[in-house]
Design a protein around this ligand. Structure first.
Ligand SMILES: C[S@@+](CC[C@H](N)C(=O)[O-])C[C@H]1O[C@@H](n2cnc3c(N)ncnc32)[C@H](O)[C@@H]1O
Length: 252
């Protein structure tokens, strides 16, 4: 996987400023994941890493009495989250922080629950969990979703695409053992439904034409649009061979 250039990153951010949900998921899946945590302290302190515009932070803050520290690199995503939190009366529960989740600027045991939906791949699944482990006390929770192979022998097209985009993508068993080696006892996982992918890919696909016409002369923008369309096509064709999986752990 080649690292994106600065201008490619700028285009990527520009694209996703216009797409609210930036990864597969749903309110239902976020709430289902939350419901698996039966021993949270009162008013838990939650951190949502790679929060984007806050799809998960907002659901969590709405669902329970808690504080959510929403961490993200791109300020315009945080601004959108802050605006929604202000509008919906959730500003006292959500704190937006522009920071690198690879080096989170928080003291040890600052949180009771580490949350991350479709973002940890940016810093590596196991590496991220290892870095975050110090942020919760023993018994603290981690909930993380990650794209995962669901079959032993996926179709070649899917393998080729994901080898190029995310060669570290692996199986459920491998990821569970990575959660354990990062210092958490695992207590479950679930695969999100196809509708959660549609929730992401539907608006994304609709936005592609607008994005292409915004940057007609940029080869990089056209190429980004093609890659995104290809990702959607690979999923429509071969989506049963991989999925997004929520993993659950408790610090030990
Ligand atoms: C696929 S998006 C998912 C966003 C959000 N969780 C959602 O589901 O809509 C991944 C997010 O991680 C953010 N991100 C990537 N690398 C990061 C880093 N090192 N620190 C903080 N955020 C990062 C990106 O800007 C992006 O918003």
């Amino acid at each position: 996987m080649t690292e994106p250039t600065e201008s490619q990153m700028a285009l990527m951010f520009s694209f996703f400023e216009d797409v609210f949900r930036k990864g597969p998921g749903s309110e239902e899946s976020t709430l289902k994941a939350l419901s698996m945590l039966d021993d949270l302290p009162p008013s838990p302190r939650i951190v949502d890493f790679g929060c984007g515009s806050g799809v998960a932070s907002l659901v969590l803050a709405q669902a329970i009495d808690c504080t959510v520290t929403a961490v993200e690199l791109h300020q315009p995503f945080l601004d959108e989250l802050q605006n929604i939190a202000d509008r919906d009366g959730l500003a006292d529960r959500i704190l937006t922080v522009r920071a690198d989740m690879d080096d989170p600027p928080f003291p040890d045991q600052a949180f009771d629950l580490l949350w991350c939906e479709s973002a940890v791949y940016n810093i590596g699944f196991e590496e991220g969990l290892k870095r975050w482990r110090r942020l919760v006390p023993i018994g603290g929770y981690v909930v993380v979703s990650e794209v995962t192979w669901l079959t032993q022998h996926p179709p070649l097209d899917a393998v080729e695409f994901w080898q190029a985009e995310y060669p570290a993508m692996t199986t459920i068993d491998d990821n569970l053992s990575k959660v354990r080696s990062a210092g958490f006892e695992t207590f479950g996982y679930f695969v999100i439904p196809n509708q959660d992918w549609e929730n992401y890919y539907g608006p994304l696909e609709s936005h592609l034409a607008t994005f292409r016409s915004k940057y007609p002369a940029s080869a990089e923008a056209q190429s980004l649009a093609e890659t995104l369309q290809h990702e959607v096509n690979v999923w429509r064709e071969h989506g049963s061979s991989y999925g997004y999986v929520f993993y659950f752990g408790r610090a030990n």
